[in-house]
Design a protein around this ligand. Sequence first.
Ligand code: NAD
Length: 503
Amino acid sequence: MNAPLNIAMPAEASAAPKTYRLLIGGKHVDARDGRTLERNSPGHGFTVSRYAQAGEAEVEAAMQAAHRAFETGPWPRMKAAERAALLHKAADLIEARLEDIARLDALESGKPIAQARGEIGGAVDIWRYAASLARTLHGESYANLGDAMLGVVLREPIGVVSIITPWNFPFLIVSQKLPFALAAGCTAVVKPSEMTSASTFVLGDILIEAGLPAGVVNILAGLGSDVGAPMVSHPLVEMVSFTGSTRVGKMTMASAAQSLKKVSMELGGKNGQIVFPDADLEAAADAAVFGGFFNAGECCNAGSRLIVHEAIADDFLAAVKALTAKVTVGDPLDDRTKVGAMISSDHLAKVTGYVTAAASDGSSVYSGGKQLASNAGQYLDPTIIRGVTDDMAIAREEVFGPVLSVLTFESIEKALHIANNTPYGLSAGVWSASIDTCMSVARGVRSGTVWVNTFMEGYPELPFGGYKQSGLGRELGKRAVEDYTEEKTIQFHRGQRTGWWVG
Ligand code: NAD
């Protein structure tokens, strides 16, 4: 029996929780009915933040502000160079406040501080990438339609965008959406998760400091039912950019369909890493542990299924287990921590419920499987489950915790069958020294991203999104700004009318 985790209480624990007000029309405001939401640090157990809690009245006010800013404000009308300059300034301000923002995300989500710093650094890079794309956005012209006709295709900002984000990468995910919408000239209403809203409010302050005109970005804290749902159905919204679970994504899409809004959906995943005997097995074992336990497995891209060739399974899994034993679980604010706290006790119970059900389905817990004793917060031991078959719930459903399910194969066809036998299609990994094997898997897997001899890397230049029930559309990449535009075709006719109809 290990000693209980000893979680040190940070200075914030003895101070009053930080408070955040809604951002509507360039002003910080409380909810009209005075309601607030509190967030406890899942790693420490004290109240870290208090936000004004929006409701119907605040959604209406935010939509009106965003609509006004779009219809009559300067933002959609200014030169792309001016928008780019502001996005660059915002990136610089984010960079200057990187440590504060990382600490807020670590405190509210339970993720390790060192990892949070990496995420905010990645977000800075994305804001700069979006700034550069603002100036390259352009339409097309057609001078090949005959002497009397010139066709011009404009790219215009789509309008007011509702942006709804989850709790697992609070600052990074809003940064995969908002700067591109802004680069296009859109205005936005943003709703972060009710559990991790603080860093999005800091982003609001940064945008004001950078000089963003009032009403261009409005930020609401609140529940999905009170705030998220009306942000999707509201008649002034032209596009909904949603990241979250497949379940809520489907509801969101059904609601958006009532008024035929454009949707962008980044949803769940059940990703497999396939390991062949000829791979660099040391590197593959490290990536298996990283894929399974990064962000405590609370990650859409988690490599939650380890699909290993039977010939190497025993030795390879022994290496994975030995590496897992070295993973430091504990205080999110400790620089050495690799796996922090679980987001909530309800979620922890859901994850351990999957582990229990897998055992009764016939698989066995090879490592971990239990909540760790601690003086504060909630922590789960990184868990490996062997003997999983692809009909079990643990192999098909998104567990969203530090739980690695191991399946085995004896042929490449079987490996591909297992990898594809889920409703999801977000990402996958393949480990082999053979280019033939890597290419066969990369071409055969039905997912939006495939990593070959690496895992879970990301670059703003590369599009990201899911096949099947993992989503709709792509974020990032060179077309990311275009996603927030409409195309307008203009046909210029010159000279005598041609093709008289009546005469
Ligand atoms: P969630 O679906 O419960 O919530 C996501 C957001 O939607 C939250 O802000 C929530 O308040 C809001 N919401 C809830 N009900 C709503 C409704 N009826 N209408 C509108 N909005 C509503 O997801 P979560 O638990 O916060 O996040 C975890 C999920 O997100 C996982 O499934 C994970 O795979 C997914 N995710 C996907 C990606 C990706 O890029 N594909 C990235 C991160 C997370």
